[in-house]
Design a protein around this ligand. Structure first.
Ligand code: KIV
Length: 286
């Protein structure tokens, strides 16, 4: 577990030391607490909340207010881990001023850094945010916010796609990003990126040769019955919660819950008072 609050520069120091970085998404208080106590380095309030918390089919309907709402729960856990908040679709692409203002809103609500999807086309916005004092994490490879154009498939299949990933990552580093997420690309590409960049390359679905890994909380603990193919499930929480709820319903039906441990009874004196009150009420009603 980190001994003090993590900052973006600590991520760079971890890369230099050769210590791999562990990140997970978090969207509420207890998720953040559990992950922080387990020793996670970074928590991402991802726009994946649209799918795994709100049940949307994509991240597109997610707004800045929704991210702020979930960020508050994470911040209230007071984690030592670095809190990165995702900038949702169209909160940073349009112009630099809007990007800075929206990123500032996330920082104002307690994020330590923000994350943006994309590469070459958003470099001026990334520079503007960093110039305003806001640490930025990049995100290349599969960008779910751009899935309407290119789908949700593996990235880096041809020369153009490979070049775009490398050029984007290098420009993001040059603009001042402190770290880059690489999603769903070939492991060889991610390995080269991790070698080329001096900032940490944090992978999801992009192989083991990275400076760190990130998974979506619900995929990791098995709360999402349809996780992406690259996610590892460490627990089948969906089944465990379902079994617990079935037991609860069954115990209510059988009268087994609540049992002695879960309710309180009056002592003799209390019973006498109760009878007096009830009898008084009965007489008053006659
Ligand atoms: O929103 C999210 O959860 C993400 C991760 C998949 C990296 O961006």
């Amino acid at each position: 577990m980190p001994e003090r609050k993590m900052n973006p520069h600590d991520f760079i120091k971890l890369k230099r030391k050769g210590r791999r970085i562990a990140m997970v998404t978090a969207y509420e208080y207890f998720q953040a607490r559990i992950a922080d106590e387990a020793g996670i380095d970074g928590l991402l309030v991802g726009d994946s909340l649209g799918m795994v918390v709100l049940g949307f089919r994509s991240t597109h309907p997610v707004t800045l207010d929704m991210v702020v709402h979930h960020l508050k729960g994470v911040v209230n856990a007071n984690p030592k881990s670095l809190i990165v908040a995702d900038m949702p679709f169209l909160t940073y692409e349009v112009d630099k001023r809007e990007a800075v203002r929206n990123a500032g809103e996330l920082i104002r609500h307690g994020a330590d850094a923000v994350k943006v999807e994309g590469g070459l086309e958003i470099i001026d916005k990334v520079e503007a945010m960093i110039n305003a004092g806001i640490p930025v994490m990049g995100h290349v490879g599969l960008n779910p916010q751009r899935a309407l154009l290119r789908g949700l498939r593996l990235r880096g299949r041809d020369e153009d796609e490979m070049k775009y990933i490398f050029e984007s990552a290098l420009e993001l580093e040059k603009a001042g990003a402190f770290s880059i997420i690489v999603e769903f690309t070939y492991s060889d590409i991610a390995r080269e990126l991790a070698r080329l960049l001096s900032i940490p390359v944090i992978c999801i679905g992009s192989g083991p040769w990275c400076d760190g890994q990130i998974l979506v909380f619900h995929d990791l603990v098995g709360l999402n019955p349809n996780p992406p193919p690259f996610a590892k499930r460490y627990l089948n929480l969906y089944q465990m919660v379902s079994d617990a709820l079935r037991s609860y319903i069954d115990e209510i039906e059988r009268g087994a819950f609540p049992s002695q441990d879960h309710f309180w009874s009056l002592d003799e004196e209390g019973i006498k008072t109760l009878r007096r009150i009830v009898n008084g009420l009965k007489r008053g009603g006659q």
